[in-house]
Every structure is written in C-alpha cells, then in structure tokens.
Ligand binder design. Structure first.
Ligand code: TMP
Length: 203
C-alpha cells in the first residue's frame, strides 16, 4: 500500500477550512505520521509572493487569463518544491485548496472553459492527484458573512453572491462526479461536529 497520502480541503470562503486542516494535522501527527500542512495559493516562498499578486486590489481589472495563469504558476512551484518532495519522502500532505479550486473559481466562477482548465491541469500536475478531497460545504450567505466578520475582503472575496453560488455548485458537482475522491461535510454546524466528521473520514 502507498504510504504517503495527498489530502486536499476545498470549499467556498468562510467554511472553517484553516481550522479544520490544522485539526487534521494535529490528529495525524499524534498517530505518528509525518505531515506537511500547506495551502494554495501559496505554500512556498515564490508561490506566497504570487498569492499576494493575485489577491490584492488594483485600479485595473485583472484579466481572467492572467488570474488563471497566476494560480497555475503558483501551483507549479508548490508541486515542485513542496508537494512532490514530501510525497516522495513518504509524508502525508494536507493542502488547504488545490487544483479543483481553479475549476470552481476560474471555471464556474469566471466562466473559463473546462477544456482550457484540463489542459493546464495535465500540464502542471501530470499524474498528481489527491487521494482524498474533503469538501466543507456551507450556504453562500453563511460563508460570506463569516468571511466578512474576519475583516477586509481581498479581490476574490469581493466577488458577488452569484459568483460564489456558481463556485459552490461546481464543488458539489465535482463531488458527485468523483465520489471515490470526494467526501462532503456539512460545515454549517458547530465546529466540533465538523471536526468529528472530518476525523472519521480521515480514519
Ligand atoms: P484562501 O481564502 O483559501 O486562502 O484562498 C484565497 C482565494 O483564492 C480564495 O478566494 C479562493 C481563491 N482561489 C481561486 O480562485 N483559484 C484557485 O485555484 C485557488 C487555489 C484559490
């Protein structure tokens, strides 16, 4: 059996992803696994620099292709310098978002074609694929209200309700399309219940 595992967490804004990924890391570490906890956009020095370029506000509108290519540029760096080395060393990698976020946000959200996304995905990921994706699902109003409560909104968080409805629906469709990879967790319940459900899936 393959020892290393690649786990990704997805969902719209305000689902509690960052708390949940840390909880998974702590849980798996206690059982002696070597864990790398990382995130997209970001996860390496260069990819974190690209993250800043993507998320800040500009007077100018960022072209959709620019945004898409920046996400994949950061991802290429993240894979080369963090994800692949860790998996090859037998570690478990937990990533707060990965490529399916591009299908949801740039694909469904912005309207970029799935064909174009697939080309980029094959180019940058090659044979890399998550073993498990946990989708934390909340209604858009709930997620956005939580995100707003955290302070100033970045460029993506400032998108419309309709944009996030498309993103959420795309995630739910992906979960239906790839049932062997996806598990959906209702994140509109107390955090302890969410954590418990996530751990039972991981186990
Ligand atoms: P974060 O809130 O999880 O840190 O992610 C920052 C934003 O980037 C979030 O609004 C989702 C968005 N995003 C995309 O639009 N496409 C992608 O491929 C990824 C990884 C994130």
């Amino acid at each position: 059996m393959k020892k290393s595992k690649f786990i990704t967490i997805e969902g719209i804004e305000g689902t509690g992803k960052s708390t949940v990924v840390q909880y998974i890391r702590d849980h798996l570490q206690r059982s002696g696994e070597k864990i790398v906890l990382t995130r997209e956009p970001g996860g390496t020095e260069i990819a974190e620099a690209i993250r800043k370029v993507i998320l800040r506000h500009y007077k100018e509108t960022m072209a959709e292709d620019t945004e898409l290519l920046l996400y994949f540029a950061g991802r290429a760096q993240h894979i080369a310098s963090v994800i692949r080395p860790a998996l090859e060393a037998g570690k478990t990698v937990i990533s707060d978002r990965f490529t399916d976020a591009s299908f949801a946000y740039q694909g469904a959200g912005r309207g970029i074609s799935v064909e174009r996304l697939k080309v980029l995905s094959h180019w940058v990921l090659k044979d890399l694929k998550p073993d498990l994706t946990i989708l934390l699902d909340v209604p858009v109003e709930v997620g956005l209200a939580r995100a707003k409560g955290r302070g100033t909104l970045d460029r993506i968080e400032s998108e419309t309700i309709e944009f996030f409805e498309r993103v959420r629906q795309c995630y739910l469709d992906l979960a239906k399309q790839f049932p062997e990879q996806y598990r959906i967790v209702d994140a509109n319940q107390p955090l302890d219940a969410v954590k418990q459900q996530v751990i039972s899936i991981i186990q």
